[in-house]
Design a protein around this ligand. Structure first.
Ligand code: ZN
Length: 168
């Protein structure tokens, strides 16, 4: 099992370092990505994860394929979207209060002001540069995950934080 760090861990507050493009396909980085996917898929409600959340202070985040499945009539199993050295290249002027939680801030949920649309540029797991735009949940994920790479947690700015542990 891969452990997900919780909010008081200092690693979550560090600015993560970029991955050298020539290192992207090394066993080390492949292993980090595989561990991130393992940790994320072990949580029912997870939509994405950033490397610092598993203790690796590198600029990588992964968006669950589940996020892409839900936009389609016939969900198929989309692969997870791997984003290495991601940068936000464009955000919409309009913002929305969006309800958010985090695997590292269990089990608080609150409202965060996010741009309604955002585009990123990043490398994929093959070391290829790509651009991707998103709105709604995907735009929110891009902003939340890049915040992690800057040492920022959603709970730093969230309003109306509520503790909502799972009821089982
Ligand atoms: Zn998070």
């Amino acid at each position: 099992m891969v452990k997900i760090l919780q909010k008081d861990d200092p690693i979550l507050r560090k600015v993560a370092t970029p991955v050298a493009v020539t290192d992207i396909q090394t066993p080390e980085i492949k292993g980090v990505i595989a561990d991130m996917q393992k940790a994320m898929h072990a949580e029912d409600d997870a939509v994405a994860i950033a490397a610092p959340q598993i203790g690796i202070s590198k600029r990588i985040f992964v968006v669950s394929g589940k996020v892409f499945d839900r936009f389609e009539d016939k969900p198929e199993n989309h692969p997870d979207l791997i984003c290495i050295n991601p940068e936000i290249i464009k955000v919409s002027k309009d913002h929305k209060q969006m309800n958010e939680g985090c695997l590292s801030v269990r089990y608080l949920y609150g409202n965060v002001r996010r741009a309604s649309r955002a585009s990123i540029r990043a490398y994929n797991e093959k070391g290829e540069l790509f651009e991707r735009g998103g709105s709604g949940l995907l735009a929110q994920i891009f902003q939340h995950e890049i915040d992690h790479l800057e040492g920022i947690l959603f709970s730093d700015t969230a309003k109306d934080l509520k503790d909502m542990p799972p009821t089982k």
